[in-house]
Structure formats: C-alpha cells, structure tokens
Design a protein around this ligand. Structure first.
Ligand code: PLP
Length: 493
C-alpha cells in the first residue's frame, strides 16, 4: 500500500472513531485506535503514518492531541520516529496477538490447582440460616469497632507506611499472647506470635516451611476443607485419619503409612463433627509426633465459643516443648472479613516464619492491628465473646426446637458443645441428596457432611450453621427441614 493510501485509510478511520460517542478524551481515543490497528495487523510493520500536522488538518483534533497520541505510541515502542522521514509502525510483528490460541485453558491447570479447586465450591450465601462459618454479624458492635479503627488510622509517622517485617504490631502480639495464655492455656510469649491474614494463610506458611512436596500430612477425616486445600497446594500427600467420638484416631493409620511431617487437627472442637480430642489421644498424638519428628498443626479456630464448660486447654500447652504450631483466628469471634489471625511458633523457628511471611504474603495493615489490640485491651473483645456465647446458645436452642419434630422421631444431632454449627446425621447418601435438592428448590442451602470426607469412607449428614441467623430466621427453614426429613424417612430414602 502506498503512503498516500495508508494516510487516507488512517484519516478516514480516525474520523469515524472520533464521530462515535465516547466519554474518553480525544487523545486517548486516537491512541487506542492506532494501537488496536497495529496490534491487529491492519497497520503493518514499516508502514508510514500521516504526520501530526496532516492528522490535525484532516480530522477533528488539534495538533497537540495528535502529537500526544503519536508520542505515547513511540514511547511504548508501537511506532518509531525516523529522523526527518516521519513516523513508522515498528518492525515487531504483532500477528496473532489478538487471537490467542495458546491462552491457558482450564485444562492446563496444575494438578495441585485442580485439587484445590475440587474443595473450593463457589457457594453464594442466599440466606443466613444454615450458612457455615458465619458468626452473628447482626450482633457485632460495628459502630464502636469503626470508631476504634478510625482512631488508629490517623496520620502518623511516615515509617508506618513502609513494608513491615516485625511479624505483626507489637501491641497486638502482646494482647494475643496474654489472651491465649489465659483463655486457652497456650505456653508462649509475645515474641513467638506471628500475625497472619487468618488461619488459611498460616496453614500455607506452615506447609511451605515445614514440609516438602510429596511429604505425608495426616489430616482429619472428615475434616476442614481449607486445611486440605492448603496442603494440596503445597503438594503434600494427604493421609486421612478417621475421627470418632474421641477425635482423630492416629493409631488407625500409624503403621500403614510413611511417617507424617505434619499432623493437622482441631482438637478443641473437631471440624465438622464437633467432638473434642480425648486426653489419652492427645498424649498419644504428641508421642507420635515426637517419634516421627513431625509437627502437629493445631487449628484452634473457635474454642472460645464453648457452651458446656470453660474453653478447653489446648494441645500446645499440654507438655513443655510440645512439637505444635498453634493457629488462631478472629474470623469466628469477630467477623470473617477482618482476616486477622495468628500463629504461635516455637522460639527456634519464629524469626524464619516471620521472614518467610513477610516475603511470601507481606504483613497486615498496622492500623487495623493496633485497633484490634485496643479492642482486646479495653475488654471489649472478651465482653463480645461472652455476649456471643449467650447469643449462640439461644440460636442453637432455636434450631433444636425447630428440628424437634424430627429429633423426636429419631434424627440424631451432634452435641453442639461448642462452635457455630450442628451436624444432623442421616441414614443414606440418597437421603442427603434428596434433602439438599429439596432445600435448593425452596431457597434453603444445606451443606453435605459427606463432602468433608477424603479417604473413600463417607457418612451422610447435613452440617447446619446456626450462628449467623437470629431465632426467627432459623425457625422457618428449621421447621421445613424437620418436615422434609420426616417425609424422606416415610419414603425410605
Ligand atoms: C476449622 C477451621 N479453621 C479455620 C477457619 C477460619 O480460617 P480463617 O482465619 O482463614 O478465616 C475455619 C473457618 O470456617 C474453620 O472452619
């Protein structure tokens, strides 16, 4: 194509583009049009472009607008200015860039990625009744919390705006150390605490630092899907350990598998069954970990929400120097979007954890951490927990009452001694499927117990969150479930 023909084509095209309605500035529109024609190959390498003077004369734009767009494309390498000869399309070929036959497709995910996605459902919350892991957001003292946060967000030293590598705000680390020592029996000092974005990040950090790809990790079966995902993302070999009324039973797998590097457990309130790890099992687990030089990963996610006794002492504090990494979170006691948690790490490892955390994940907003420290030190955190215990007792009672027509007829529920959900045990997977499907049809979303199993063995049931909905909101879906369960019993499914 001759220069003249190219000039005419560009001028014509730009006139059409500029006549179209758009909220963008003219220079951006000219830039976008020229760039798109170069990338798509309509303007080929080494084609000469009309000068800015000619463009300004033949289109509805000023010379500076044309110059600005051309200069930008020259700076980005799409055009080259040749001394005294004008501006040309760069010699780099863009052919094929706009259609992307090699763009990654879902088929090309890594195996680890696929395994993680298998336990990462896209669950949209439709109704607070039965939603899992949701605390009473309606009872959170939001206005008070926001005031505390605002107080700590005032401008301060510029240094506070820089990357941080301290393992968390010192006030928050101190407040957490005091709290877990008193409330959970954790043996630690503030310098052993690392603040995280929550348990999920803590699990990733533990897996990265303490295990190699292919190493074995014991994991409760049924168990927390977040732990499964974190360990699968680290390419660990998951060994399902059965859970009975006394918690996970390490003896069931001890001889059958290669030695574990990590042993994940929720001893204070097993997720999802809601049982506690019996003392003799705790001692046996510590012994197993010592024998194999494995680390126990203690996920103590909601043990302060206990209704039948004081919160249980943790595994970490049971014996001096226990090989335990202890993880806690504020997702259940305050609210999940806060995304603040902590790890308690043996002193020999803490600086390595701190450095790796700062490298891999960065540290959390110091103002938010300072606000949380304030919230804890002022006594409001403890007061909120006390209030929530009463609230969750009432909400659990409301769910039990709504389900009474079914429980009186034989539906078995978990003890509900702690936590934010009850498990309803069913007779068959067919019954589980039927209730989940019927629930979906009437807008009640139900979580299947069977999806928490990993080792082939499975049990049918429903995991029913009760904390996120008030008593009135629980009554209707609870009543519906009792009726649906009875109907499914009568039909024998
Ligand atoms: C067993 C268990 N651990 C931890 C968490 C919370 O993790 P995070 O701090 O990442 O929100 C949950 C939330 O549902 C959980 O069920």
């Amino acid at each position: 194509m001759s220069d003249r023909a190219v000039f005419a084509w560009v001028i014509d095209g730009l006139n059409r583009r500029l006549a179209e309605p758009s909220g963008d500035p003219k220079q951006r529109r000219v830039y976008n049009a020229l760039r798109a024609w170069i990338v798509s190959g309509e303007l080929m390498p080494d084609m000469r472009l009309p000068s800015s003077r000619l463009l300004a004369r033949e289109t509805d734009m000023g010379r500076n607008t044309a110059l600005g767009a051309i200069d930008q494309l020259v700076a980005e390498g799409f055009l080259v200015a040749r001394e005294g000869a004008g501006v040309y399309v760069t010699a780099v070929g863009f052919a094929g860039l706009s259609d992307t036959p090699n763009a990654p497709t879902s088929d090309r995910l890594s195996q680890r990625g696929r395994a993680v996605l298998a336990v990462s459902p896209d669950d949209a919350v439709t109704h607070p009744a039965f939603t899992l892991g949701m605390p009473a957001l309606d009872r959170f003292p939001e206005a008070r919390w926001r005031r505390v946060v605002r107080r700590h967000q005032r401008p301060g030293a510029q240094q506070a705006l820089h990357y941080r590598t301290h393992g968390g705000h010192p006030d928050l680390k101190a407040a957490i150390a005091d709290y877990v020592r008193l409330a959970r029996g954790v043996v630690c000092q503030a310098d052993q605490i690392l603040i995280t974005h929550g348990t999920q990040q803590g699990l990733g950090l533990v897996a990265t630092l303490l295990a190699d790809g292919g190493d074995s990790a014991w994991i409760e079966d049924p168990g927390y899907l977040g732990a499964r995902a974190a360990f699968q993302a680290a390419d660990l070999r998951l060994i399902p350990v059965p859970v009975d009324d006394d918690g996970l039973d390490g003896s069931a797998v001890a001889s059958a598998h290669p030695a574990p590097r990590l042993i994940y457990t929720t001893p204070s309130n097993q997720y999802p069954r809601g049982v506690t790890l019996a003392l003799k099992r705790r001692l046996a687990l510590l012994e197993t970990a010592r024998q194999h030089e494995a680390w126990i990963v203690e996920d103590d996610y909601d043990s302060e929400l206990r209704y039948v006794s004081s919160p249980l002492a943790c595994l970490q504090g049971l014996a001096g120097g226990a090989p335990v990494i202890y993880l806690g979170t504020f997702s259940k006691t305050l609210f999940p979007a806060l995304q603040l948690g902590y790890i308690v790490v043996p002193r020999a490892l803490i600086s390595r954890f701190r450095r790796a955390n700062a490298r891999l994940f960065r540290e959390e907003d110091p103002a938010l951490q300072a606000a949380l420290a304030d919230f804890m030190n002022s006594g409001e955190f403890a007061a909120h927990i006390r209030k929530m215990r009463r609230c969750y007792r009432r909400r659990q009672a409301a769910l039990r009452e709504a389900l009474a027509p079914a429980t009186n007829a034989g539906l078995r529920l978990s003890s509900g001694a702690a936590g934010l959900h009850l498990v309803a045990y069913l007779d068959s997977i067919a019954q589980e499927t039927r209730l989940v499907d019927e629930g979906a049809a009437v807008g009640v979303s139900l979580a299947r117990l069977s999806t928490y199993f990993i080792g082939g063995r499975t049990e049918p049931g429903l995991v029913l969150g009760y904390a996120g909905a008030d008593e009135a909101e629980i009554a209707r879906p609870g009543g519906w479930l009792a009726r649906a369960w009875r109907a499914s019993q009568d039909d024998g499914s």
